[in-house]
Design a protein around this ligand. Sequence first.
Ligand code: ADP
Length: 482
Amino acid sequence: MHIVFAAAECAPWAKTGGMADVVSSLPKALAKLGHRTSVFVPYYRQVAKAVPNPTVVLSSVTIPFPSYNRFVRILDGGVAEGVQTYFVDCAELFDRENFYGTPSGGYPDNAERFGLFCRAVIEASKIIGVPDVFHVHDWQASMVPVMLRSVYYFDPMLRHVPAVLTIHNAGYQGWFPPETMEKLLLPWNMFTPDKLEHYNTVDFLKGGIVYSDAITTVSRKYVEEIQTAEFGNGLDSVLRQRSGDLFGILNGIDYEEWNPATDPHIAAHYSAENLAGKKECRRDLLHAYGLEGIGDETAIIGVVSRLATQKGFDFIVDIMDRLVNEDMVMVILGTGEEYYERVLVEIANRHPDKLRVQIKFDDVMAHKIEAGADIFLMPSRYEPGGLGQIHSLKYGTIPVVRATGGLDDTIDEQPSGGGNGFKFWGYDSSALLAALQRALGTFRNKAEWKTMMERGMAQDFSWDKPAGEYVRVYERVIENRN
Ligand code: ADP
């Protein structure tokens, strides 16, 4: 089977979050199963820096707009582990400082940028190879199914090609003004609340949900949650209408990248059989955060995250003045909302021996935290899948999480021990503090803690099983459309 992936992010070239990891590692797992997989991503400035002179595959693809055309090149990103990557090059739209916008908001032409990207993927596929199925990710690629089932409706090459949409986060939908319909040459009769309209805006993700043959989200729990008003962000009713075509497939992780026995970014290697190296990683992490004096009895709590309310940073800010009384230090790595960047730095200045913050996106430091911390904190308000907690399990770093979405699916707290982490319910910072205190209490019991680490490290969250589940979804939509 030939599967074409379209996404705004793919590690290692362009990454702000977990979608980039999925779009990088799922195709590899599919290739291992014998499928042909191609991935299209925009040729952002950051990608151009990493791959400055790629071979040109198509030198000019015409992308029409109402009163002008844009011309896109398709570049060869190479074949790695059986996966062919293509870059969509349109310098006027993608050669910018950031992927989506500045801290004060999205780029004003994002509808045009990602509308062009989607049309380019379709046009390029017609020349390079029409797939058996398109697999598109989040709002940025949602115009692929919308266009396939509207402006490309009569195309004999594409008519029987289904599309699967994966929702990595329904909190970001791509809302644009109504005139976007004309800008992207879409028929006005699609601008209705049961199709693309969301309160007088064009909603890209909603379009993707309505026009894809199947929709997946990245954990089972999130499939249930997303169909409720609380988590659906206005998409719950359209998702309920599609519930027969909605599937929850838990993300896997790439153990070639996230494995303490082989990780090139960490100070020493270790495994469940021989944990000695973790001590060295701990020392290395403390050094990286300027906390050299901290002893083995003090727990290190690590956070690697986008700094956003979604990730529960309001809870963290709320408990800090109480948490500093505990025998712990917290190290945070993240970028995101200006407010949290400022407040966290302020708290760290007040309690320099308890909290250290690094405001940056740094893949190597993310690995160092996973390896060197004792506890990994992820108190998300909602979490479609979540990768940080799954990385942590492999690194013997016990997760403390809020019981939502993929966090609830993967982390299990047992009152009598026997689980792989700690979790809390409700929207209550005291419940977070209590969960952390339970974790810190268990940390003092070295034998119990070690057993818990070993239990998490033994769990298998590889892509083997989820890749098979995706194949079943692809087979189903291919069969239904033929
Ligand atoms: P989301 O996709 O909502 O941001 P996930 O937990 O699914 O959350 O994935 C986050 C991914 O991004 C993980 O691989 C994590 O290690 C990485 N990450 C997040 N923030 C940073 C950062 N500041 N530096 C390096 N990696 C980061």
